[in-house]
Design a binder for this molecule. Structure first.
Ligand code: ATP
Ligand code: MG
Ligand code: FE
Length: 340
C-alpha cells in the first residue's frame, strides 16, 4: 500500500510518502525552530499558524518528489496526539479532507508509537519484540514491546523528560533553543568526570526516572561560577550533565531488558541523536550480549516517515480510523502512559 502521512504535533511540519514497508518515496520536513527561537520555546499559537502556512507546499513537494499522484495514495494518515491541540488539528484535518476527497481510508496515529517503532523503519522483517527506551522532548519511557500494538509501559519520568532536561539546562547555561544538540556538541570538549551530578533513581528498584533534581544541581553549581570565565567551565558542565543523564538512561534500560527477558533493545526520540547515549548504550548492550537498534538521527527527531510506517503496519492489520475521530493532546501510548 502507498501511505501519505502528515506530522504536525509540535514545531515540525512533515509529510512523507511510503510504499510498502521499505520504500520511502519522499519525506519533507519544515522546522519552525527559527520562528520560536526568540521566545526560548514553542509558542502554540505561532506553531499552528506555521503548520497551516507550510502544509500545502509540503504536500505538493512530497507528492512530486515521490512521483505519486494523490489519487494513487491508498491510505492517508496523520498524528492525532500527543502534542499541541491547535497544531495537531492542522495535519489531522488535512489528512481527513484528503481521505474524504479521494475516497480512501484515514488512520489516526499516536506520535509516540511513531517514535517507538522508528528503529524498525526500512527493515523487511518488521517489528521484533524489544525493550524500548523512548527519549524525546516531552517523554521518557521504558516500554516492553511484544509486537505492533502490544505495548506495556514499564516506567516513565516522574517530572521532566530527558529532552526537556537537556533543553532547560541549556537555557540556564545561556544556550539558544533547542539546547540538546548544543550540549552534545560542547560536551565533546569537556570532561564528563569534572562534576559529580546526581544519578536520580539509579539505585531505586523499578523503572521510573526523575531529571528535575539534576537540573537543580546544575543551577546551584553554575550560580557560584564566574560568568566571565564561562568558556572555561561550560564544556565540563555540559559533559558532566550529559554523562549523568546517559548513565541513568543506560543503567535503567539494561535492567528493564533483563527484567522483561528481551534480547533486543531499541532507542528512539530526539535524544536518541545524542552521541554519548548512542555510544554508551552500544557498549553496555555489547557487554550484556544484547542487540541494539537506534533509528538514524533524521528518523529520531520528529518526522512523518515514522508516522507513515506505523500507519502502514496498522493498515496491514486491517485497522482504520473514523473521520469523526478527534485529536487528543494527551493521547496515551498505553492505557497507563501519560505525559512525561
Ligand atoms: P514528544 O515526542 O515527546 O512529543 P518532541 O516531539 O518535541 O517531544 P523530539 O522531536 O522527539 O521531541 O525530540 C526533540 C528533543 O530532542 C529536544 O528536547 C532536543 O533538545 C533533543 N535532542 C535532539 N538532539 C539531541 C542531542 N544530540 N542530544 C541531546 N538531546 C537532543
Ligand atoms: Mg520538535
Ligand atoms: Fe516527538
Amino acid at each position: 500500500a502507498t501511505v501519505l502521512a502528515i506530522e504536525s504535533s509540535c514545531d515540525e511540519t512533515a509529510v512523507a510518502v511510503l510504499r510498502g514497508r521499505e520504500s520511502l518515496l519522499s519525506a519533507v520536513v519544515a522546522s519552525q525552530i527559527e520562528a520560536h527561537r526568540p521566545f526560548g520555546g514553542v509558542v502554540p499559537e505561532l506553531a499552528s499558524r506555521q503548520h497551516s502556512a507550510a502544509t500545502p507546499g509540503l504536500l505538493a513537494a512530497a507528492l512530486e518528489k515521490a512521483g505519486v499522484d494523490v489519487a494513487d495514495v491508498d491510505v492517508f494518515a496523520a498524528t492525532a496526539g500527543p502534542g499541541l491541540a491547535s497544531s495537531l488539528l492542522v495535519g489531522n484535518t488535512t489528512a481527513k479532507a484528503l481521505a474524504l476527497a479521494c475516497g480512501k481510508p484515514f488512520l489516526a496515529i499516536n506520535h509516540l508509537e511513531g517514535h517507538l517503532l522508528s528503529p524498525f523503519f526500512g527493515d523487511s522483517e518488521g517489528v521484533q519484540p524489544n525493550v524500548a527506551l523512548v527519549v524525546s522532548g516531552g517523554h521518557t519511557m521504558l516500554v516492553d514491546v511484544a509486537g505492533v500494538g502490544s505495548y506495556e509501559l514499564m516506567g516513565r519520568s516522574r517530572d521532566d523528560a530527558a529532552g526537556e532536561a537537556f533543553d532547560k539546562v541549556a537555557k540556564m547555561l545561556g544556550l539558544p533553543y533547542p539546547g540538546g544538540p548544543l550540549i552534545d556538541q560542547l560536551a565533546v570538549e569537556g570532561d564528563p568526570k569534572a562534576y559529580d551530578f546526581p544519578r536520580s533513581m539509579m539505585k531505586k528498584p523499578g523503572f521510573e526516572f526523575s531529571f528535575s533534581g539534576l537540573k537543580t544541581s546544575v543551577r546551584y553549581l553554575t550560580e557560584t561560577f564566574d560568568q566571565e570565565k564561562r568558556d572555561e567551565w561550560l564544556p565540563d558542565v555540559c559533559a558532566s550533565f550529559q554523562q549523568a543523564v546517559v548513565d541513568v538512561l543506560v543503567g535503567k534500560t539494561l535492567r528493564a531488558a533483563k527484567a522483561a527477558g528481551r534480547k533486543l533493545v531499541t532507542v528512539s526520540g530526539g535524544v536518541g541523536c545524542n552521541r554519548c547515549l548512542r555510544e554508551e548504550m552500544q557498549r553496555a548492550c555489547d557487554r550484556a550480549g544484547l542487540d541494539l537498534r537506534i533509528a538514524e538521527p533524521a528518523l529520531s527527531t520528529d518526522n512523518a516517515a515514522m508516522i507513515a510506517y506505523v500507519a502502514h503496519e496498522h493498515h496491514l492489520l486491517g485497522r482504520s480510523s473514523s473521520l469523526d475521530s478527534d485529536v487528543d493532546p494527551n493521547l496515551p501510548l498505553t492505557n497507563q502512559a501519560n505525559r512525561a
